[in-house]
Design a protein around this ligand. Structure first.
Ligand SMILES: *Cc1c(COP(=O)(O)O)cnc(C)c1O
Length: 455
């Protein structure tokens, strides 16, 4: 009988009691966000109209290494946390690699991805400060479903602006949001000035994330007791996601291992930050020399081919100016199926870490990502989200390198979500209807050269 441990499980009372704020440990802090009109650094108070006050303070906090997770949030985390750490024996065998491969399984959350870790925190602080309504945008629907559930869990009304084409083409995530009690509005809509303007000019416009963000921000600014929530990119979101890595650190200890390489797929950076930052703190302190790899799509390569400049977080230019690796806020990525990775910029903390060479980035082609996803499905029995397939592809590359070198590397990656609502994408791959996208340097520089040089 084999006694190999497959899953490393923590108890409910081992859910972390504090999030880890990596900024406190960074020698080079991220540059400040700027007010686009005055070019002056933003203060926490400037964000109060948009976000709960405590969340605005978390956004700016550069001194507290740990921030307590409220008991009410830990209570809700119990629905799916702690999540398992899994040894990917099946994948190791399929690759015939001496590497040990582990993954943190965030796909077990009720909405199927890691996004609930921050949605619950954001909804909690809003409720605590007397907010009654919360609003956001969603593309394919992963963030929208997480926020819809979190709002219901804390007794808030949620309004989600969903990109119109996804509203029509991805009805199941819309149904999930509605089942959780949220109001879902196809964007552009007639309910906001931003939406009405676009619809009168282009009645058939199918929507974009940029427009949906503008609509949600407008609603939040004009509705009393209504706040806006964002699912990635922000410092507060990275902070909340560190529960992933804090649990994983303990679980790796239980397995008597420490990762040589930590890998996450990369959209705006939240799941990558979540799995990496707790391990990165031992690199910042000089104890460990772990490699950290962000896996982004070749069609939206902000970390590998973008520029480090101040840029807007949204298409319309409503947000503050953020110092980040970016392809330009008007960059329009190809319609790959990993919708969650189609974002033009990288959160400011990860951008600074990349600038300081503390993390690495690789780009993955669409066909390679699905090839990896299929191999993983057959080896481990879980259909990964198209986004997560990028982390798996990068993991496979490292595991094969370890095989070539005959070295026993320990690799940890984050399985950010499952793909059970993305089977249309798998269908397209399995019927050879998917393609790779090449992106020329000209297209990248067309967008990035328009950015004002403020760094
Ligand atoms: C949203 C999403 C991502 C990308 O967002 P990050 O903030 O970069 O983590 C990745 N995987 C899944 C499953 C997602 O839902």
């Amino acid at each position: 009988m084999s006694t190999k441990t497959k899953k490393i499980i923590l108890q409910e009372n081992e859910i972390p009691t504090a999030w880890y704020n990596i900024v406190a440990d960074m020698k080079n802090k991220p540059l400040p966000m700027l007010n686009p009109a005055t070019k002056q650094p933003l203060k926490a108070e400037d964000l109060y109209p948009l976000f709960a006050e405590e969340l605005s303070r978390q956004e700016m906090n550069q001194t507290d290494r740990y921030i307590e997770i409220p008991e009410e949030v830990r209570e809700k985390y119990k629905i799916y946390r702690p999540t398992p750490l899994v040894r990917a024996y099946g994948l190791e065998k399929a690759l015939d690699t001496p590497a040990h491969i582990y993954f943190k399984d965030e796909s077990v959350s009720p909405v199927g991805s890691h996004k609930l870790n921050s949605a619950l925190a954001q909804a909690y602080y809003c409720k605590k400060e007397g907010v009654t309504n919360i609003t956001t945008e969603t593309g394919a629907g992963q963030w929208g479903t997480a926020l819809s559930y979190a709002a219901k869990a804390f007794g808030l009304e949620a309004a989600v602006y969903m990109v119109k084409i996804s509203y029509a083409q991805k009805p199941y995530r819309r149904s999930i949001m509605q089942a959780f009690g949220a109001q879902v509005i196809a964007s552009p809509s007639m309910s906001t000035k931003a939406g009405r303007k676009i619809l009168t000019e282009h009645p058939n416009y199918q929507g974009s994330l940029g427009t949906a963000i503008s609509e949600a921000i407008e609603l939040a600014m004009q509705t009393p007791n209504c706040k806006y929530a964002l699912g990635s990119v922000l410092n507060q979101v990275f902070l909340h996601q560190t529960v992933i890595g804090l649990e994983a650190e303990k679980q790796m200890q239980m397995a008597d291992e420490y990762p040589d390489i930590v890998i996450g797929c990369f959209g705006g950076g939240s799941n990558f930050a979540g799995i990496s930052f707790p391990f990165l703190r031992h690199k910042l302190s000089g104890e460990k020399n772990t490699r950290f790899i962000a896996a982004e799509p070749s069609s939206c390569p902000k970390l590998t081919r973008g520029v480090f400049e101040y840029d807007f977080g949204d298409e319309s230019g409503y947000t503050p100016l953020i110092p980040m690796f970016t392809l330009g806020h008007n960059f329009s990525p190809a319609h790959i199926h990993a919708g969650g990775l189609r974002y033009h910029g990288a959160g400011m903390i990860v951008s600074q870490l990349k600038k300081d060479n503390l993390i690495e980035a690789v780009d993955i082609q669409q066909l390679d990502s699905f090839k990896a996803g299929i191999l993983f499905s057959q080896a481990e029995g879980i259909i990964p989200a198209p986004e997560s397939c990028h982390a798996i592809a990068a993991t496979i590359n490292e595991a094969l390198k370890a095989k070539e070198e005959g070295s026993k590397k320990t690799i940890l990656f984050n399985l950010s979500g499952h793909g059970l609502l993305d089977m249309a994408a798998y269908d397209a791959y399995l019927t050879d209807s998917l393609i790779n996208y090449e992106l020329s340097d000209e297209v990248i520089s067309q967008n990035t050269s328009k950015l004002e040089k403020l760094v």
